[in-house]
Ligand binder design. Structure first.
Ligand SMILES: [Ca+2]
Ligand SMILES: [Ca+2]
Length: 285
C-alpha cells in the first residue's frame, strides 16, 4: 500500500519514523510472522498463519452460518484458528514491540473461547461459567515472552478464558449483516473476569466490554523486560492416553497504549528506507 510512488514512499517512511518508539494510533497491531510451529498431537488446523493479523470480524464468513464474532460465536475455521495438540508450540513475532507499561496489560490473546447460549439466539450466559458446558474452547497453555526472539521469560500456564467480540453495537450476537455495526478495538484491554459475564445477557456483556474486542490480556510488568517482540505458546502432554488436550489461537494483539517501534523491518521497509534516504539526499542538493 505504500509502494506506489517515490513520493508516497517518503510519506510512509516518515510516518513510521514519527510513530516510533510509541505508536498511539487507534488501529491495533498484531502478530506478523510465524517463527516456529510444532503442531503436536493434532491433525486439525495446521495453518499457523491463521494466528497472524486480526481476527476476521465475521465467523463462518461466506457460509450459511455466517455471524459476527461474539462471545457466543467464536471462530472455528481453519483459516482463522491454529491448533496446538499435546506437545505442540507456536512462536510468533509481533509487528511492533509491546512496551512494558505500568497500569495496563500489554498483550491480548484471542482464542476460540466461547460462552454457551442458554437462551439461543438471545445470547444469555449461564449463571456459573465454571460448570462443564457453560463455556467451550477455554484452554490452558504455557506462555513465554521475549525481547529478542532468543531469550525467553516464562509466564507460566495461563488459562485463556476470555471470549472475543468484534462489534460494539450489534443487537444480536449472531447477526450476519454488519451494516451499521461499529467495530470493536482489538488494541483496548479490559478488566473483565470470566465470572463477570455469568447470568448476563448480550446487551449487558456489550456494556462490560465497551469498545474492547475482548481477549485474554497479559501484563508484562513482572517480566523484567522493557519490551516484548515475540511470544511462544506451548501445550505440554498430560501423559494420559485417554485425553487429548488442545489449544486454539486466533490472534495476538498489542495494547494501543503500549505499542512501540517495529520489531524487525521487513525487507520491503528496508528498501523504502533506502528510497527515502535517496529522496532526502536529492532534495538537499
Ligand atoms: Ca503493564
Ligand atoms: Ca486468526
Amino acid at each position: 500500500m505504500c509502494l506506489h510512488s517515490p513520493k508516497t514512499t517518503g510519506f510512509c517512511i516518515l510516518a513510521l519514523v514519527v510513530l516510533s518508539p510509541l505508536n498511539h494510533s487507534a488501529a491495533a497491531t498484531f502478530a506478523s510472522a510465524v517463527v516456529a510451529y510444532e503442531p503436536g498431537l493434532t491433525s486439525n488446523a495446521l495453518n499457523p498463519e491463521a494466528a497472524l493479523g486480526q481476527p476476521g470480524l465475521v465467523a463462518g464468513e461466506g457460509t450459511q452460518f455466517a455471524g459476527i464474532l461474539s462471545p457466543f460465536n467464536p471462530h472455528y475455521e481453519a483459516d482463522q484458528i491454529v491448533q496446538l495438540g499435546e506437545g505442540g508450540s507456536i512462536t510468533l513475532q509481533l509487528s511492533r514491540f509491546a512496551v512494558t507499561t505500568t497500569g495496563t496489560p500489554e498483550i491480548g490473546f484471542f482464542t476460540n473461547a466461547g460462552i454457551s447460549d442458554t437462551s439461543w439466539p438471545e445470547g444469555i450466559a449461564g449463571d456459573n461459567l465454571e460448570l462443564p458446558g457453560a463455556t467451550f474452547g477455554i484452554d490452558n497453555a504455557l506462555l513465554e515472552v521475549s525481547a529478542d526472539g532468543a531469550n525467553w521469560i516464562n509466564l507460566g500456564i495461563i488459562r485463556f478464558d476470555q471470549p472475543s467480540s468484534a462489534f460494539t453495537n450489534a443487537t444480536s450476537p449472531y447477526q450476519s449483516d454488519t451494516t451499521g455495526l461499529i467495530p470493536a478495538d482489538f488494541g483496548i484491554p479490559h478488566n473483565n473476569a470470566l465470572a463477570d459475564y455469568s447470568g448476563n445477557d448480550w446487551s449487558t456483556m456489550r456494556g462490560l466490554l465497551g469498545n474492547s474486542a475482548g481477549g485474554t490480556w497479559i501484563d508484562l510488568d513482572s517480566t523484567g523486560l522493557s519490551r516484548v517482540g515475540w511470544i511462544r505458546l506451548s501445550l505440554a502432554s498430560d501423559d494420559n492416553e485417554d485425553t487429548q488436550l488442545s489449544f486454539e489461537l486466533d490472534a495476538v494483539s498489542i495494547a494501543s497504549s503500549a505499542t512501540g517501534g517495529l520489531v524487525i523491518p521487513e525487507p520491503s521497509v528496508i528498501a523504502m528506507l533506502f528510497t527515502l534516504t535517496g529522496l532526502l539526499a536529492r532534495r538537499r542538493r
